[in-house]
Design a protein around this ligand. Structure first.
Ligand SMILES: C[S@@+](CC[C@H](N)C(=O)[O-])C[C@H]1O[C@@H](n2cnc3c(N)ncnc32)[C@H](O)[C@@H]1O
Length: 279
């Protein structure tokens, strides 16, 4: 395996926090990251890495994947990756895409392992999640804890529901700042997101996400009042009709005690009631 410090030296680029650049230099962490995919038997025929940096993780991914695509926005780093991994590119095992991961077209990947640029980690995650592929992603620890929080926990909120709507999530490892060069301001954590079994469906995905977001603006209220007070935010045609049709036990709970499946059932009921109101 390539030595991470050697890669940084050859690239001639010091990580720049203002450009979301914190390179992993801890070999043990780098070695473990791909195993979070292989231990769930994920399909590693085409692994996507967002933000390749100097390629320390790319190198590890090439050891387990048939093919890897890296998206890197920094022009100098993308040029370095093309030079450092010229053989792998020539063999057709690596593709380097120079561009913004929020804008470029995503390849048809089977899984992703990425040490995400923290400034856009949420946007990138919600670009990847609807693709229904196993993901192993690194986040700021506080963000990771909100993603995996369960109903009743103080961290449970809109981020937990919208993440767990797409995937079964697990915080698999926390990573100290010293594992990076330069060290970030806060601790990091690795989250594994495995596409969830479809135990429930939502009729209108956009409305569901809007509805959850609106209800969590009133997390101290009961669901009954939250639905009534936020109907205008989620563009609910008739909040009172939804309250009349909903389950009494659910209406007595607060949003932070409601599971993703319960939010989905209520959102479906709301779409149904509003279809009938419209009709
Ligand atoms: C946290 S570093 C991780 C680097 C490397 N994978 C590692 O683990 O050492 C994030 C990388 O993403 C790149 N980056 C930042 N914003 C990006 C964006 N919007 N799209 C693609 N790459 C981005 C940065 O230049 C940096 O190389």
């Amino acid at each position: 395996m390539r030595d991470p410090d050697g890669l940084i030296a050859r690239a001639g680029v010091r990580g720049d926090p203002d450009r979301d650049q914190h390179f992993l230099i801890d070999d043990r962490v780098l070695d473990r990251l791909p195993t979070y995919l292989t231990e769930i038997d994920a399909d590693t025929s085409h692994v996507l890495e967002i933000g390749g940096g100097t390629g320390a993780l790319t190198d590890r991914l090439l050891a387990v994947a048939d093919a890897v695509t890296v998206i890197e926005r920094d022009r100098k780093l993308a040029a370095f990756l093309r030079e450092e991994f010229a053989d792998e590119i020539e063999d057709g095992r690596l593709t380097v895409v120079e561009g913004d991961a929020l804008e470029v077209e995503l390849p048809g990947f089977t899984a992703s392992v990425s040490n995400l640029p923290y400034g856009v980690s949420s946007e990138i995650t919600f670009r990847l999640l609807p693709e229904s592929r196993p993901l192993v992603l690194m986040f700021q620890q506080e963000f990771a804890e909100r993603m995996v929080a369960e109903p009743g926990a103080s961290e449970y909120g809109r981020l937990s529901v919208s993440t767990q709507h797409y995937a079964d999530v697990e915080l698999v490892e926390t990573i100290p700042k010293e594992a990076f060069s330069p060290p970030p301001a806060v601790q990091s954590a690795v989250v594994r997101l495995a596409p969830r079994d479809p135990e429930y469906e939502v009729d209108d995905e956009g409305f569901f996400l809007r509805f959850v977001k609106a209800l969590f603006t009133q997390r101290r209220k009961t669901m009954r009042n939250a639905v009534r007070n936020t109907g205008h935010i989620s563009r609910l045609a008739d909040p009172d009709a939804v309250v009349d049709a909903a389950d009494e036990d659910l209406l007595r709970k607060r949003p932070d005690a409601v599971t993703p499946a319960e939010f989905a059932a209520l959102a479906n009921l709301a779409t149904d009631v509003s279809d009938r109101t419209d009709g």
